[in-house]
Write a protein that binds this ligand. Structure first.
Ligand SMILES: Nc1ncnc2c1ncn2[C@@H]1O[C@H](COP(=O)(O)OP(=O)(O)O)[C@@H](O)[C@H]1O
Ligand SMILES: [Mg+2]
Length: 432
């Protein structure tokens, strides 16, 4: 008979034991720092909140509010403020004034069909679903769009009242599926008798207006509200308020919040970045069992975020750009800290050919190099070479090892044997 191992050797008990018995030292509730957390107080956004509220207020008298278009960079509180006003509006509405808000994230729900079906789903009454007088349930795919639109109208008419449709990240919807959805939704009121619809579009990107039919644009932007970036003192206030719920007492060095705020303000006044910095700083401190989060942890957190976003950016690059980057890595491994576009092109041609890819012209490679520079993956400068004219030189800031790691993970490249193309291979093939 075999005996059970002692508890310390039983991995299902031992591995997590220390986490269970360990008292929370840094965080009280880390969730408070997540983007999805909905704070009840939103400092420095009262003017915007009041403006949205005053535009939506007529819906409480069963009148149609103006449509609103809201702009602002990421992390300026657009989603948080609209959700806040929406839930206040719903709680202020009563039997005589039925106001409902549906919030659609168009980054995820990005076709006309899915937007319409999601709205219908969100306003469905649970009792109706189980009753015999069940309205046809719109499936998430499969019907002709006209039928979905008609059924949505029937549902709206059956319930009456005012429906506020928030199309968050509306630019993603327009770029993916054009402006048909908006065209139909902005006209829906003329087909409705017993109910009314108001649309709030939220966009991170101002230029998306150019993609809209002028009629759609003028109807959608009856009111426009801009969310400006936060400055460092404003970000401090936002972080202070969130930190109270998130951290144990006396665990934050006094410099931590101002530093997170200052770094995020340098970026573009992004509350999301500020919250990430604070949360990751706390996590790093916790991981090293520190008593306190210090400015040192914030700097480490900043470096981690930068590396992570660089990796994310590189992993989504097209294959050819990755090959160009890989050629630069090879040059660096051959001992060159700086390389010219001519050298990159030479190595690139060999690598691309060996990978059985189309070999791009030098002109195209120069374009890709400029793009990589714009993305901040490499640095470039133009130097004069006397009578040889001007040439571009480039170099990595740091961490080409990380970049290499990401590129060699690309299945389209590894499958072709990229790993064998190392500096010895270059030396041999190109007689470098
Ligand atoms: N004024 C504010 N007060 C408190 N938290 C805020 C404020 N503005 C933004 N946030 C928080 O910052 C994060 C990003 O805000 P969000 O509304 O998603 O920005 P956007 O939609 O503009 O990209 C969320 O966690 C949100 O709660
Ligand atoms: Mg948002």
């Amino acid at each position: 008979m075999t005996q059970d191992p002692p508890p310390s050797e039983n991995p299902s008990l031992g591995l997590f034991k220390k986490y269970l018995t360990e008292h929370a030292r840094i965080f009280r509730n880390r969730e408070v720092l997540r983007h999805s957390y909905r704070p009840q107080i939103l400092p420095h956004r009262m003017p915007q909140i009041n403006e949205i509220a005053s535009i939506l207020a007529p819906s409480l008298r069963n009148e149609t509010p103006s449509n609103i278009l809201i702009y602002g960079k990421t992390g300026t509180g657009k989603t948080a403020c609209v959700r806040y006003v929406g839930s206040e509006l719903e709680s202020a509405s009563n039997q005589t004034s039925l106001c409902t808000v549906v919030h659609i994230n168009c980054e995820v729900i990005d076709t006309q069909y899915r937007v319409l079906a999601q709205i219908a789903k969100d306003i469905e009454h649970p009792e109706e679903i189980s009753s015999d007088k069940l309205r046809p349930h719109i499936p998430m795919t499969g019907w002709p769009t006209d039928q979905v639109y008609l059924e949505l109208k029937n549902q709206l008419e059956a319930r009456g009242g005012v429906l506020v449709i928030v199309l968050d990240e509306i630019d993603k919807l327009v770029k993916k599926s054009g402006d048909d959805t908006l065209y139909n939704l902005t006209r829906i009121n003329s087909d409705l008798k017993a109910s009314k619809v108001c649309i709030i579009g939220i966009s991170n990107d101002l230029s998306f207006k150019d993609f809209l039919d002028p009629r759609v644009l003028s109807s959608l932007s009856e009111e426009e509200i801009v969310f400006p970036p936060y400055n460092a003192p404003q970000l401090c206030d936002i972080l202070l308020q969130r930190a109270e719920g998130a951290f144990m007492e006396n665990t934050l060095d006094e410099g931590v919040i101002p530093l997170c705020a200052a770094l995020a303000a340098q970026e573009h006044g992004d509350a999301r970045r500020a919250l990430d910095l604070l949360r990751i700083s706390g996590e790093l401190a916790e991981r090293e069992s520190a008593q306190e989060v210090g400015e040192r942890h914030v700097k480490l957190a900043q470096a981690k975020i930068e590396t992570d976003s660089m990796i994310e950016c590189i992993s989504t690059l097209p294959t050819q750009s990755k090959v160009v980057l890989y050629s630069m890595i090879l040059l660096e491994q051959l001992g060159q800290a700086i390389f010219t576009s001519g050298e990159v092109c030479r190595v690139y041609q060999e690598v691309a050919a060996a990978l059985e890819l189309d070999v791009l012209t030098n002109r195209r490679i120069t374009d890709l190099i400029s793009e990589l520079n714009m993305l901040g993956v490499i640095n470039t400068r133009v130097v004069s070479r006397g009578r040889y004219g001007r040439t571009k030189e480039m170099w990595f800031d740091a961490n080409s090892g990380k970049i290499q790691e990401v590129i060699t993970k690309d299945p389209r490249l590894t499958g072709q044997g990229l790993a064998q193309m190392d500096k010895t291979w270059v030396k041999k093939t190109l007689r470098w």
